[in-house]
Design a protein around this ligand. Structure first.
Ligand SMILES: Nc1ncnc2c1ncn2[C@@H]1O[C@H](COP(=O)(O)OP(=O)(O)OP(=O)(O)O)[C@@H](O)[C@H]1O
Length: 237
């Protein structure tokens, strides 16, 4: 139907159990249902150990649920073979981690080019897009610097440019400001707002910060592996 928003992420009855040696198993997620719509900026909050990263790993196709179904941008991710998942991850998901996870001993530019290299994009196009993205995040003057020559906030801006490289369906950010002081965290959060507003990016943000979560459109609370609350944030109309 026209005017209706398209769900980008659809999770149904997601259960995740970890086997910690026979006969013990630990059920961490107990039947999560969640829809995230195209262009939404959603925060996931919850106490330490509540299952946020476990859920993110499933959404990011880094891990499979024990039970339930997961559709990403119209693709049944639970039916995808392991051999297909890495290509899907590369094209559909942009990851931003607390600890940046940039490749050392290579430039910011090459770091941003890397996901495009994996995606089979030619050298000239890769470099041009990486430069554009570094400009978008205000890092064009540092494109030849290696990660160890950058501040934490600068590293995170490069990591965000890298996450955007293949124009993913969704940006997954797991505590992206967790290793930054509050002023630098503010710059990074403003960058997510910019990508959301100007590029219409769908963003799923895990944060411990209730203040940052309150800036998003929707705030989902996870407690002991269940979604226990959902409220509109400051950005919601
Ligand atoms: N591979 C694993 N094997 C066994 N237990 C695990 C595994 N991964 C996570 N857990 C357990 O699952 C629970 C949820 O962990 P998770 O990392 O998802 O929490 P979180 O909400 O992201 O916490 P934090 O905010 O501290 O990062 C924890 O009790 C953790 O010990």
């Amino acid at each position: 139907m026209s005017g209706e928003k398209k769900p980008i992420i659809q999770l149904r009855d997601i259960v995740k159990t970890f086997y910690i040696g026979q006969p013990n198993e630990l059920e961490i997620l107990h039947g999560i249902d969640l829809d995230v719509y195209e262009g939404e900026f959603v925060a996931i909050v919850g106490e330490s150990g509540s299952g946020k990263s476990t859920l993110m790993n499933i959404v990011g196709a880094l891990d499979k649920p024990t039970q339930g179904s997961y559709w990403l941008d119209g693709i049944d991710m639970t039916a995808a073979k392991d051999s297909e998942l890495s290509a899907l991850r590369c094209r559909k998901i942009g990851f931003v981690f607390q600890t940046f996870n940039l490749i050392g001993r290579t430039s910011a530019l090459k770091n941003v080019e890397l996901p495009m290299l994996y995606n089979g994009i030619g050298a000239a196009k890769r470099t041009a897009r990486a430069k554009e993205l570094l400009e978008l995040v205000g890092m064009e003057k540092r494109m030849n610097h290696q990660p160890n020559e950058l501040s934490g906030g600068q590293k995170q801006r490069v990591a965000i440019a890298r996450a955007m490289a293949n124009d993913p369906a969704v940006l997954l950010a797991d505590e992206p400001t967790g290793a930054l002081d509050s002023a630098t965290g503010r710059v990074v959060m403003d960058l997510f707002h910019k990508l959301h507003k100007e590029q219409g990016k769908t963003i799923l943000l895990i944060t411990h910060s209730r203040e940052l979560a309150a800036e998003c459109e929707r705030i989902i609370t996870i407690r002991d592996g269940c979604i226990t609350g959902e409220v509109k944030g400051g950005m919601a109309q």
